[in-house]
Design a protein around this ligand. Structure first.
Ligand code: G1P
Length: 293
């Protein structure tokens, strides 16, 4: 059973980044020279996903345009002999990978966004990637690590990482059976618990592999925290019926849904970008010297 479909919920308003996100989607904000959404798409495509399903809204045309051909731009690049750039534009999506777009009608949260993809996903397991969570990896990507686990157990999997106890209130938190094991069955999951109610310090990061039974459970899930349909609540129901695992993945996660996380990611990626890394390192050193003198 191979996973071929991935859902990208991209209908969020991105209010953390206003005014930058007033007229352009937050998922199109670049880390150095590539939009956030493309990092997530690249991770999926490299892991063998061939059908990309974007859950959008009326303000997200730029995402559709980004993954579509742009004849005018391509013609200009050919005219100017800029063939490297032409290649770069062509390579945004390899051939054989298709995109589907569906609109989320009301801002009812992540669970509702995933439910919107039901017709496109059908009756097969699928991946969900949140572009806000940028995961840097020198080896296997987070999604690839999850797919490796899926190959063995054919069950739903959530990616998790340990967070400081005080930050548990910002995430979905799992109650893992073997907290010290990389892969563990989970026996509970709760969305943004109070500090007293957090079952552990293992926080869900924006990568999921879900079996299709999640859709029926999402349909039965009423609004939860913040009056939204929470995927976490549906997963809590799923684990009463099926095994659900957590994976403490290897890799560094940047929370690009926050300003600080976004800036940290920009610095980290600039420091390894072939075009700017060397100069940027010097610039950064100068800034550090200046700010401490
Ligand atoms: C969502 C999920 C949450 C998860 C987080 C990871 O929250 O609801 O369970 O821990 O993504 O980034 P959001 O960041 O959209 O508030």
């Amino acid at each position: 059973m191979q996973i071929k479909k991935a859902v990208f919920p991209v209908a969020g308003l991105g209010t953390n980044f206003l005014p930058a996100t007033k007229a352009s989607p937050k998922e199109m904000m670049p880390i150095v020279d590539m939009p956030l959404i493309q990092y997530a798409v690249n991770e999926a495509v490299a892991a063998g996903i061939t059908e990309l399903i974007f859950v959008t809204n009326n303000r997200k045309h730029a995402i559709e345009n980004h993954f579509d051909s742009d004849f005018e731009l391509e013609a200009r690049l050919i005219e100017c002999g800029k063939f490297e750039l032409l290649q770069l534009v062509h390579d945004i999506l390899p051939s054989g990978v298709t995109c589907a777009y569906i609109r989320q009608k009301s801002p009812l949260g992540l669970g509702d966004a995933i439910l919107c993809a039901k017709q496109f996903v059908g009756n097969e397991p699928f991946a969900v990637l949140l572009a806000d969570d940028l995961i840097e990896n020198d080896g296997k990507s987070c999604l690839q690590q999850m797919l490796d686990v899926f190959e063995k157990n054919h069950s739903s999997i959530v990616a998790v990482q340990k967070v400081e106890q005080k930050d548990a209130t910002k995430y979905g938190i799992v109650d893992a059976v073997d907290r010290n094991n990389k892969v563990s069955l989970i026996r509970g999951i709760i969305e943004k618990p109070s500090l007293e109610n957090a079952p552990s310090d293992l926080a869900v990061v924006g990568r999921y592999i879900l079996t299709p039974e999640i859709f029926t459970l999402l349909e039965q899930t009423s609004k939860g925290l913040h009056e939204e349909i929470q995927i976490t609540d549906a997963i809590a129901k799923l684990l009463l019926e099926q095994s659900v695992f957590s994976l403490q993945f290897q890799g560094k996660r940047f929370d690009c849904g926050t300003k600080l996380g976004y800036v940290k990611a920009t610095v980290a990626y600039a420091l390894k970008h072939p075009e700017v890394a060397q100069d940027f390192r010097q610039v950064l050193q100068k800034y550090i010297v200046c700010s401490f003198s």
